[in-house]
Design a protein around this ligand. Structure first.
Ligand code: CA
Length: 524
């Protein structure tokens, strides 16, 4: 007996892992983080350096094509938790119902299997978290500065910057955890969600750099593109409020913070006001201001990843802890003249997914397979040694993490966006995605338009090929595949979808975006 115990304490972690010690999991999840705003994902604009997120790429695996099922906050989070599409987990959009927390989720399964579970940061599913030994969440969207939070059901107030607070609370939980059990920590940041309010210490991070513009900043929505493109309400040109552009300070700063904020923004705002720009130049100015604020708010997220990785290393936990960095979806950074997400288009459909797990994953590896946030639940269930629930709709990423090349991996993917008209009048649409094509149907409430994009011929997705005869065979094949996917995924007929507030059209967009209604913008 004495010998056995001595041997136990002398065994290195890797051997313990081989002998069945289940890995710990840290899932770092940000909000609206576009791949283009991570330096590990090459982007021609070279927008930002994220050295700590890049550590995950250098020491682990980068997934280059991770897709979301429904490109908007709550529904994407619900898909992560359940491994199911919106039509099965019941969370279609941010407007209709709270998430049904009584259903099966992977944190519940892990908790039941002996994992210690915690959820800290942005939750945004209206109902309280379930399946966690400890949870502490922002209220709804939360605020960047001095955010009130709810800790295990009780309201608490913090001074400081949300990303730092969420990081500190996550580290505190790790330090106080029961070391006899494996853990699941979900560390969910608010950043870089709208209104893109950077940590005050990073306000001058880019030294007034001028960012390259995307080639489609002044997109005219031509090339046979339909009504959905022309009728959206998500352009930098029309939608930004004074608060979004920082021409007005946020309301959640204390006096001292406001001074610091004003010190940075006031002289720059005064120069803008005095410049009397043309409307085109004003759009260019808005884009620059947007990039400063959006990228500035990522600086602390990157720092947070570094702090967590450093802690794991210091504690000797880094070998057998899976660390994933991802976001609930991508974001438009001026492409098509837009901000926001929602569309089946690459910028909003693709999301970052990087995984460090030295016991299994080869450092510096990249994966080109079509994976999805839908796969997260099954991956963690497999990692924890739990039998796969038959009703989950994703695929475990474990074989890919091991460097295998499964021949039966998916070659097509189903996408479905429902929310309309709030907040950006993006038409509900669904479609099938392959490595090269997307066949999309824009439908409710008054549309019946199909579009075809060809990523090889037109990677910026500015041409609709649906009426081009040379694509006829491709279109037929894609429609057949779409039908097959709908059947396999048990997609209900459109008539059974929950009703959105279609009746309010036409509505006054501007009034909805006024600063005094900012708190109502819970649907991002
Ligand atoms: Ca989001």
């Amino acid at each position: 007996m004495r010998h056995t115990l001595a041997l136990f304490f002398l065994l290195p972690l890797a051997i313990l892992a081989q002998q069945g010690q289940r890995p710990n999991i840290i899932f770092i999840f940000s909000d609206d983080h576009a791949n283009a705003a991570i330096s590990a994902y090459a982007d021609s604009r070279n927008l930002i350096q994220t050295p700590n997120i890049d550590r995950l790429a250098n020491e682990g695996m980068t997934f280059n094509r991770c897709l979301v099922t429904n490109s908007i906050c709550g529904p994407s989070r619900a898909a992560v938790l359940t491994g199911k599409y919106s039509h099965l987990n019941g969370f279609y959009n941010n407007e209709t119902n709270p998430f049904d927390g009584s259903q099966q989720t992977f944190p519940k399964l892990l908790q039941k299997a002996g994992y210690q579970t915690a959820m800290i940061g942005k939750w945004h599913l209206i109902s309280n978290p379930t399946g966690f030994d400890h949870w502490e969440i922002l209220i709804s969207q939360g605020q960047y500065y001095n955010p009130p939070m709810i800790r295990d059901g009780k309201k608490v107030k913090y001074e400081g910057y949300a990303t730092d607070i969420i990081t500190d609370l996550s580290l505190d939980w790790l330090k106080k955890r029961d070391t006899s059990k494996p853990f699941l920590l979900m560390c969910h940041h608010k950043a870089p969600h709208m209104g893109w309010e950077p940590n005050l210490k990073y306000l001058d991070f880019d030294k007034d750099r001028k960012y390259a513009e995307p080639p489609t900043l002044f997109d005219d929505y031509g090339n046979s593109r339909g009504k959905a493109w022309k009728d959206q309400f998500m352009t930098i040109a029309k939608v930004f409020s004074d608060e979004d552009m920082k021409l007005k300070p946020p309301t959640d700063l204390n006096e001292e913070q406001l001074k610091e904020w004003n010190k940075y923004y006031e002289p720059r705002n005064a120069a803008y006001r005095a410049s009397k720009m043309t409307s085109k130049d004003s759009i260019r100015w808005r884009y620059q201001r947007y990039m400063h604020d959006y990228l500035g708010s990522i600086m602390s997220v990157d720092e947070s990843v570094g702090k967590i990785l450093d802690y794991l290393q210091k504690e000797g936990l880094d070998k057998n802890t899976i660390v994933i960095y991802s976001s609930d979806q991508g974001f438009f950074l001026g492409e098509h003249g837009w901000f926001d997400k929602r569309w089946i288009l690459e910028e909003s459909l693709r999301t970052p997914f990087l995984c460090r797990w030295p016991a299994v994953v080869k450092a510096g590896s990249e994966n080109e397979k079509m994976v999805s946030l839908l796969d997260v639940a099954e991956t963690f269930v497999e990692v924890a040694g739990i039998p796969k629930p038959a009703d989950m709709q994703g695929k475990s990423l474990v074989p890919l993490l091991k460097g295998e090349n499964p021949k039966d991996w998916r070659t097509s993917f189903y996408y479905h966006y429902y929310e309309y008209p709030k907040s950006h009048r993006v038409r509900p649409h669904y479609g099938v995605i392959t490595d090269r094509y997307k066949l999309v149907h824009f439908y409710k409430p008054d549309l019946d338009e199909w579009e075809l994009y060809d990523l090889k011929e037109n990677p910026r997705e500015t041409i609709n090929y649906i009426n081009k005869p040379t694509y006829a065979k491709t279109i037929v094949k894609l429609r057949v595949e779409l039908t097959r996917l709908e059947k396999e995924l048990k997609v209900p007929p459109i008539s059974e979808e929950p009703r959105s507030d279609y009746g309010s059209l036409p509505f006054d967009d501007r009034s909805m975006m006024q600063p005094n209604n900012q708190k109502k913008k819970a649907d991002h």
